[in-house]
Design a protein around this ligand. Structure first.
Ligand SMILES: C[S@@+](CC[C@H](N)C(=O)[O-])C[C@H]1O[C@@H](n2cnc3c(N)ncnc32)[C@H](O)[C@@H]1O
Length: 377
């Protein structure tokens, strides 16, 4: 058995926990920005290949309360690194710190690095080498107020980097936030519409969810292959099972945007993501009811402009109002899941429209505090 933790987007930890429970059958413990779980080695492959909502998966080495740098040294020194680092491997410590402390993250990395070298010297009689630029293994030390969390990154770069995007929309939604919104809407393959789809992130994620595409068919690099505990036959087994459960059915997924350039970009992204056959693209204005005459939708998931780039904040309130009224004219009694950082403007628009907020929550999106709303139209 191994202990793991996954880092998540702040505000959707519960959605990630539910997703991981579905993937590995174990209920994770929810914490801020993270979920913890204890399960087998196979789970490491399953999660890295399938999770659409987490950032990275770590093997948990220690989770303790601490007071000072001496405590950090002691906690790291007590970890047995034999299963994680081979004597010829070069390592790096990556430290992050949240809260007030009288030391910096550089101090944490220095002290933890020395403790790893000392611990390994004790158990293996070998002095490990450090390589901060190009390490074989990353040990992560996360200090949050008075808690220290130590883990090994099994994912490599964040799993939200799906590697299928060829067109970069200037205000693209993070793929794992898009997937979290789709899961929040309880999507099960019914007709889905993104009326402000930009580069197509939401429709593409929905198509991948419907078709059960593992994220590993687009991103091939994972750090777990470098770990001594890596088991190639378990990896192969997991991958084969996932590939065999892909379905190539056609789902009704609609991507509408007023910009021709973005729609063309969305099509390129969908082609590269192998789902251009199941998404329909329309270069239309979503504030006009005629735009939706031939689009039957049972769930709407979308990420409108926030009014910081393309519209002014004043204008955005009017845009939200017209947009909601148009949706209300065409679609009734269906769910709309929407994210915006212009929450005041959106809530003012809601008050002028006859729609009901079922649920809302704060999330972090690109350094901004945003809110996801679930609305019954
Ligand atoms: C925040 S972006 C969406 C980004 C997208 N989620 C992605 O990941 O690429 C908002 C999009 O709304 C589109 N838009 C703005 N006004 C619109 C309208 N009246 N009708 C349709 N699309 C509109 C913009 O062209 C822009 O691409």
């Amino acid at each position: 058995m191994y202990k793991y933790f996954a880092t998540t987007i702040p505000g959707v930890e519960d959605i990630s926990a539910r997703e991981l429970e579905k993937i590995v059958g174990v209920k994770p413990e929810i914490d801020v920005d993270k979920v913890f779980l204890e399960t087998d080695l196979e789970a490491m492959y399953k999660i890295n290949f399938m999770s659409r909502t987490i950032n990275k998966l770590y093997i948990l080495l220690a989770r303790e309360e601490f007071k000072d740098l001496n405590d950090i040294y002691r906690v790291v020194r007590n970890i047995d690194f034999r299963e994680l680092i081979r004597p010829d491997m070069k390592f790096a410590v990556r430290a992050e710190r949240i809260g007030e402390h009288n030391f910096t993250s550089i101090d944490i990395a220095r002290v933890a690095g020395q403790a790893i070298i000392d611990s390994y010297m004790d158990s293996m009689k070998t002095r490990l080498k450090v390589d901060l630029e190009n390490p074989d293994i990353e040990i992560n030390v996360l200090v949050r107020f008075n808690e220290i969390l130590i883990g090994v990154n099994t994912s490599g770069e964040s799993l939200h980097k799906r590697r299928y995007r060829v067109y970069n929309h200037p205000a693209a939604l993070k793929t794992n936030l898009a997937a979290s919104m789709i899961f929040l809407g309880d999507y099960t393959g019914e007709p889905l519409l993104d009326p402000l789809c930009g580069g197509g992130t939401i429709p593409i994620e929905a198509a991948h969810i419907a078709r059960k595409y593992p994220i590993s068919i687009f991103r091939r690099e994972y750090y777990f292959r470098r770990l001594p505990l890596h088991n190639e036959s378990i990896e192969k087994n997991v991958e084969e099972k996932l590939i065999s459960s892909i379905n190539k059915e056609i789902y009704e997924i609609y991507c509408v945007d007023i910009s021709r350039e973005h729609i063309q970009g969305a099509l390129l992204n969908a082609k590269n993501a192998l789902v251009d056959d199941t998404i329909k693209f329309f270069n239309r204005d979503s504030t006009r009811r005629e735009s939706f005459e031939d689009i039957e939708a049972k769930l709407i998931v979308t990420n409108p402009p926030y009014g910081m780039r393309s519209h002014s904040l004043k204008k955005i309130e009017g845009f939200y109002e017209t947009f909601l009224k148009t949706l209300k004219e065409v679609y009734q009694n269906i769910k709309l899941v929407l994210i915006t950082a212009s929450t005041q403007q959106f809530e003012n628009a809601i008050k002028k429209t006859d729609v009901e907020i079922i649920h809302s929550r704060k999330v972090m999106h690109g350094g901004l505090t945003a809110k996801i709303y679930m609305i019954k139209i």
